[in-house]
Write a protein that binds this ligand. Sequence first.
Ligand code: GMP
Length: 236
Amino acid sequence: IGPIHIKAKKGEVAERVIIAGDPARVEQVASMLSDVRLVNRNRGLLVYTGKYKDVPVSVAMHGVGHPSSMLVVEELIMLGAKIIIRFGTCGAMVKGLRIGDIVIPTAAAYHPGGAFYQYLRDNVCMACAPNFEVLKTLVEETIKANVNYVVGPIVSSDAFYAEDPEFVKRWTSRGIVAVEMECAGLFMLGAMRNIKTGALLMVSDSLVEELGFASAEELKGYVDRAAKIVLESILR
Ligand code: GMP
């Protein structure tokens, strides 16, 4: 079966795709491309395709959580995506990170069940990790940009409002540096479908310090800076 939700045609999605959960961020990144056009708006799953430094790049919205983001990733792959980088946000779980700082995941833990059980069936835990070349490039470009950053394992949560102090205690005791809701599924599909994946996350809040929760509006300035890192990385 072809893509059911993203109604773009084959050829309208670039091999290089940046994905994000927030439509405002998708539009902001799309505005950094030349010759951009909207190739899907069905279900609000915005997909823009344009060029960055003359190379075709698409920017797509994946919504919140695994059921939405994994469906989008599957359909982007059906439409020809070969490298997908998530440009997201996360809650910091180590001290010393500020709003707009960067977390680059080396791996993503997840809560078994749900989408993971449906894909895996066996009673196993998948090794959910980004492609090493993509990871290395993201780290190198982040260092060049002179931004405060952390590289380490994160957890992809399925229940935003279940993240209580007990959740934080358990995951920090396992060495996890941040929480978000989509990377594990992206990394698993990358491995299963044989495409390259990676992620660069901006800190929007902290579960271990009082930073508040930055709105899309407050993140805007940081998005420009971080989007450049992601765009430079996806070209390499
Ligand atoms: O606000 C939820 C959305 O932002 C999801 O798409 C997450 O990937 C991301 N996010 C940013 N900060 C957090 C956080 O503290 N907890 C969770 N679960 N998701 C977060």
